[in-house]
Ligand binder design. Structure first.
Ligand code: FMN
Length: 279
């Protein structure tokens, strides 16, 4: 127990730059420590993930809460080499996608509920933005629950939203029907190495009490940049040709440069073409 308390406090101090009170009698300290210490895994051993174990993880993930019990999230397992290779070919900058023994795709399924309405001979006057939003939220919750289950079993995972840079090609490869869209992929495997813990914005920035309060955003971001640079300095600067070489290159400079380039401007068009109405 003492060890779990220490692990939680150490991890959250690195994460948020703040020491948290942790009651040693709190149940579930082991799980809290795992959450506090978690990190993305992009390097896997050659060992396979047995199909039964994967099914178990998927069942645990799909036990996640679901909006109105509508159950609008699906998981697609991609093991077949040819299909995997075609997806990996789309994303050469992310070799972990090819290396992971398993690749999953978390899907927002907005077609099943209208299908159920049709099966039961009822109208479906809800074909608007909420259908897409609810299905996407469900898929994101299932993705997060899969991460938690897999990490509890000792697996390492890396969500892959970059598949949406090639949403049409991925949808064709996976034969996604109308009103089904990929929310994110996920590499799954046995960790070959432990990645570094990623510091987060301070709770002064992301945790609000009673009402939304931005506070000293610029000051908090600056402090976060400096705190983060102590343990996770950026090795490379983005787009030096356009923005020059920064003397101090922190998280905010990196994110500002990343989003100075259009990202997935065609995604709305893809979602509409998949049959969702976004009004
Ligand atoms: C929805 C989602 C999509 C992500 N997409 C990618 C991706 O396409 N490629 C990648 O290498 N990492 C991806 N990640 C991993 C994030 O980069 C990682 O979670 C973040 O850098 C923070 O690191 P941490 O998870 O170790 O705290 C994604 C994470 C989430 C939650």
């Amino acid at each position: 127990m003492e060890e779990a308390v220490q692990n939680i406090q150490d991890a959250l101090l690195k994460r948020f730059g703040e020491r948290f009170a942790v009651d040693a009698m709190l149940p579930g300290l082991g799980e809290l420590a795992r959450l506090a210490e978690r990190r993305v895994c992009r390097s896997y051993t050659k060992r396979d993930v047995p199909p039964d174990l994967l099914r178990l993880m998927c069942a645990c993930a799909l036990s996640a809460p679901s909006k109105s019990d509508l159950q609008q999230a699906d998981i697609l397992i991609v093991r077949e080499n040819d299909r995997r290779a075609k997806i990996a070919d789309l994303l050469p900058a992310m070799p972990w996608l090819r290396d992971a023994p398993v690749f999953l795709v978390f899907l927002a399924n907005g077609r099943r509920v209208p299908q159920v309405s049709r099966l039961r001979g009822k109208p479906f006057p809800n074909d608007h933005l909420d259908l897409f939003f609810n299905a996407t939220v469900d898929a994101a919750i299932v993705l997060a629950t899969f991460l938690r289950a897999a990490e509890a079993a000792g697996l390492g995972c890396c969500p892959i939203s970059v598949i949406r840079d090639h949403a049409r090609a991925v949808a064709e490869l996976l034969e996604l029907p109308e009103k089904v869209v990929p929310v994110a992929g996920m590499c799954v495997g046995w960790p070959a190495e432990q990645g570094a813990l990623s510091p987060r914005l301070s709770l002064a920035t992301t945790l609000h009490e009673e009402r939304f309060a931005e506070g000293d955003l610029a000051g908090e971001i600056d402090a976060y940049d400096r705190r983060r640079a102590e343990t996770r300095p950026y090795r490379n600067q983005r787009d030096v040709a356009r923005f020059g070489r920064a003397e101090f290159y922190g998280w905010s400079e990196d994110k500002a440069r990343q989003y100075a380039v259009p990202q997935r401007a065609d995604f709305g068009g893809f979602v509409r073409a998949q049959g969702f109405h976004l009004d």
